[in-house]
Ligand binder design. Structure first.
Ligand code: VGL
Ligand code: ZN
Length: 205
């Protein structure tokens, strides 16, 4: 059994959003197309409470891009984004969300961030994604979404650790690129750790 994992295809990560990813909107048609070829489609949502510790605005004198210690873990500070039940946390308007079978909410604990769809950044809690996929008999996952260098990367590395055959749909991903080559490096790392890098056309052939 194969599953398609759509990472954080939310309004705040699209151009014009609170934490915009350049060309992030260009992956939505690819998600819509791929969905039609999978029996199981799972989407993650970054889903933060307003007091989330990853928001620079919740730390006096701190600015987005700075790194702090958040309860023992290094944390990059971000603009306020994907606040639970707000417009920016909704799926991209053009995403065919009727094709999504299950949604995983992550980053819900104010004390710790969760880039991966599987675990928080400190491996303190599971989101339930591994258990859900294993229960459905999934052995292979195809992962795409936003952003290549954060939530896609950590989801891919966790999928490998959890024992899934893991494919990254490269044309279905875009990165934040705090450094210009961050996405390229992230893809290299995913490949080195065992992910197969493919194009969407290969995922449906
Ligand atoms: C993400 C930064 C903060 C992502 C989420 O979806 O890649 N990046 N929260
Ligand atoms: Zn976030």
């Amino acid at each position: 059994m194969k599953a398609l994992l759509l990472i954080d295809l939310q309004i705040d990560f699209l151009p014009g959003g609170a934490l915009e990813v350049k060309e992030g909107d260009q992956v939505i048609p690819i998600a819509n197309q791929l969905m039609q070829h999978f029996d199981l489609v799972v989407a993650t949502k970054d889903w933060h409470p307003p007091n989330h510790g990853s928001f620079a605005a919740n730390h006096p004198w701190r600015k987005p891009g700075q790194v702090i210690d958040l309860n023992g873990l290094e944390q990059i500070l971000w603009n306020i984004h994907c606040v639970q039940n707000t417009f920016g946390a909704e799926f991209a308007t053009k995403l065919n969300d009727s094709g999504i079978h299950h949604i995983i909410y992550k980053g819900t604990d104010a004390e710790i961030d969760s880039y991966s769809g599987f675990h928080d950044n400190g491996y303190r809690k599971s989101t339930g994604l591994t258990e859900f996929l294993k229960e459905k008999g999934v052995e292979e996952v195809y992962i795409m979404g936003l952003a290549t260098d954060f939530c896609v990367k950590f989801s891919v590395l966790d999928a490998i650790k959890e024992g899934f055959r893991t494919n990254v749909v490269v044309d279905g991903c875009r990165g934040v690129n705090l450094a210009a080559d961050a996405s390229a490096k992230a893809l290299e790392e995913m490949k080195a750790k065992g992910a197969r890098l493919i194009q969407s056309a290969e995922a449906i052939s």
